[in-house]
Ligand binder design. Structure first.
Ligand code: CA
Length: 233
């Protein structure tokens, strides 16, 4: 099946150029020229990768990227007219995977698209093997060393209490599965004599403060209202 790419770009000549090169390389391409409509399309349809312009009518690429990241983990490549914008995107850590400045070489764009799709595919495959015996477990920006019980977030090591660590590891080892607070409590605190489901809530909150860019809109541990939590991959 062909990989499908969404380009959100208001300069139609640039969008068409990108589209031509990507189609020649065997991709299916959809173009949106308005930010709001682009976001709707991004969320409603299935795409393998997103190419976002920064300055757009309706909604800027920055907001679109944040909204997409709440729902999807597919690669996002930013294309911007200004080098400073790229620095800004990078600085805010909104979850973009790559950045290119205009004018850019379309074949360079195609090369990066291919590289990101390949990397994403490996990530999906490795997340399906997460339960296996690798010493290092890596999910997007999170790296867990299971032998040494150490955790890095975007390259920076963070300290976790024993139970926080065990809870994070348990969720990360069972990605995309929803667990109730009871199940989590039983899995992590089983033999301990006291504590209850509220203990789970408190620990999730502490873990989020360490791993999430925005704890109000978590990208890793998601709250499923009325059910529990799941680690999104
Ligand atoms: Ca623009």
């Amino acid at each position: 099946m062909k990989n499908k790419i969404l380009i959100i770009e208001d300069e139609l000549s640039i969008a068409e150029l990108e589209k031509d090169y990507l189609e020649l390389s065997g991709f299916d391409v959809v173009i949106e020229t308005d930010g709001k409509q682009g976001l709707l399309t991004a969320l409603e349809e299935e795409f393998d990768l997103f190419i976002l312009d920064l300055m757009l009518p309706g909604l800027d690429g920055f907001e679109i990227c944040k909204e997409i990241r709440e729902e999807k983990n597919n690669p996002i490549i930013f294309i911007s007219a200004k080098k400073e914008d790229i620095d800004k995107i990078r600085g805010f850590g909104i979850g973009a995977d790559d950045y290119m400045t205009k004018p850019f070489s379309p074949s360079e764009l195609v090369a990066r698209v291919k590289a990101h799709l390949a990397r994403y595919q490996r990530l999906i495959e490795s997340s399906q093997n997460i339960g296996k015996s690798n010493k290092i477990l890596e999910i997007r920006g999170i790296k867990i060393d299971r032998d040494d019980r150490r955790v890095w977030i975007n390259g920076e090591e963070k300290a976790f209490t024993t139970k926080e660590y065990e809870l994070l590891l348990f969720l990360a080892e069972n990605p995309n599965r929803v667990f109730s607070k009871q199940e989590l409590f039983k899995a992590i605190w089983d033999m301990d004599s006291y504590g209850d489901n509220a203990t789970v809530t408190v620990h999730i909150k502490k873990i989020r403060e360490k791993i999430e860019y925005n704890t109000q809109k978590p990208q890793y541990i998601e709250t499923i209202w009325g059910v529990g939590y799941r680690f999104k991959v």
